[in-house]
Design a protein around this ligand. Structure first.
Ligand code: NAD
Ligand code: UD1
Length: 338
């Protein structure tokens, strides 16, 4: 099966590439490299022994999409391309809606032209906003988003629902990721954000390596067991395998229409628990200070992961220890290159 992976050169995309190639699928990457480098694709080749097909192009460029579809005739699309920084989206809402929403519309238009009806979409637990109940199941209310990034994911889900309703052959699985962390066990691919990291795990990695002095923990007065924020951290290789399971599910009966599926472990981990786990896995100290709450943060967020098991036959398998040790191996590799 040939699969177009938009955003396939990025953090999650490269891990999906490895899983798809190892399962015998033929992925075709379309990426404009706005947040990725071709080096990552070379390292995917090192891991898999096969060179991924790569097209440098933008999902908003209809001609580039047409050429990609003409040349490769993919039977499904993994749609990962997008801008993903919450803070930046508040400052640049139009860029976020243009890239994420307009880009998705161009992609759907091209899929229709080329008779391609299958899409797996990178959605996010952010579509649930501040959840009323935990764990969060897929039928929980969506749309209470608090920033343009989150709203772009919500709007895209709505567009995909309407598309699926209008095309009886359409198959859409929106994967609502919880908090992807970690790296491939080879240590060759992972997340290497430019500048100061916004997210917890990359920040901890850089404190452990000594390139940042200390972690600010945003609040220790939440209504959680130790007062710090609780999230559902998920190993990126499990996440990538969830994409493979979604593609395989589309080959089976009753996959038509729009389906939202949580990808999480179902376990809530606090910031302090993550710091301790990382210290144990890396053997390094992670000094921290308690800082004020970060605006827009919620106390707790973790998945009801049962639907993924029932509908996709998928569940997360990696431990918190392996999330930390794989992230640490990658951090050391990433820093050795600079
Ligand atoms: P990433 O930035 O590493 O990967 C996104 C890729 O898309 C990059 O390689 C970038 O160059 C490419 N891209 C962006 N705009 C493009 C465009 N217009 N045309 C072509 N390529 C474009 O991010 P990631 O962490 O791998 O995330 C992948 C997807 O998953 C994103 O849609 C993101 O919103 C979503 N997601 C990520 C997380 C997370 O924590 N990483 C959580 C929930 C959802
Ligand atoms: C963030 C995004 C969310 C996105 C998700 C993807 C924000 C506000 N939300 O979620 O839209 O879908 O990433 O993974 O950016 N923390 C610290 N110190 C830090 C960084 C984080 O204490 O330096 C805490 C946070 O307060 C939170 C936890 O660590 O309790 C996780 O934060 P983060 O990794 O940024 O993820 P989310 O906020 O869950």
């Amino acid at each position: 099966m040939k699969v177009l992976i938009t955003g396939g050169a990025g953090y999650i995309g490269t891990h999906c590439l490895v899983e798809l190639m190892q399962a015998g699928l033929v992925p075709v990457v379309l990426d404009n490299l706005c947040n990725a480098s071709p080096d990552a694709l070379a390292r995917v080749e090192q891991i898999t022994g096969q060179q991924p097909i790569f097209i440098e192009g933008d999902i908003r460029d209809h001609r580039a999409l047409e050429l990609a579809f003409q040349a490769h005739r993919p039977s499904a699309v993994l749609h990962l391309a997008g801008l993903k920084s919450v803070g930046e989206s508040v400052d640049k809402p139009l860029e976020y809606y243009d890239n994420n929403v307009v880009g998705t519309l161009q992609l759907l238009r091209t899929m229709r032209e080329f008779d391609c009806h299958r899409m797996v979409f990178s959605s996010s637990a952010t579509v649930y906003g501040d959840p009323a109940t935990l764990p969060i199941a897929e039928d929980a209310p969506t749309g209470g988003t608090t920033n343009p990034y989150g709203t772009s994911k919500y709007v895209i889900e709505r567009i995909l629902q309407d598309w699926a309703a209008a095309d009886s052959e359409a198959q859409v699985i929106a994967l609502r990721y919880f908090n992807p962390v970690g790296a491939h066990a080879s240590g060759l691919i992972g997340e290497d954000p430019q500048g100061l990291p916004n997210n917890l795990m990359p920040f901890i990695q850089r404190v452990a390596s000594g390139s940042l002095e200390r972690l600010n923990i945003f609040g220790d007065d939440y209504d959680t067991p130790d007062g710090t924020g609780v999230r559902d951290y998920l190993h990126v290789v499990d996440l990538a395998q969830g994409h493979l399971a979604a593609l395989q599910r589309m080959e089976q009966p009753e996959a038509e229409g729009f389906h939202a599926v949580n990808l999480g472990t179902g376990n809530g981990i606090s910031v302090l628990q993550m710091v301790k786990a990382f210290e144990a896995a890396s053997g390094q100290a992670v000094p921290y200070s308690i800082a004020p709450r970060r605006p827009g943060d919620i106390a707790s967020c973790f998945a009801d992961a049962r639907h993924a098991q029932e509908f996709l036959g998928w569940q997360a398998r990696h431990t918190l220890e392996s999330m930390c040790s794989d992230a640490w191996r990658w951090q050391q590799f990433a820093e050795s290159r600079t």
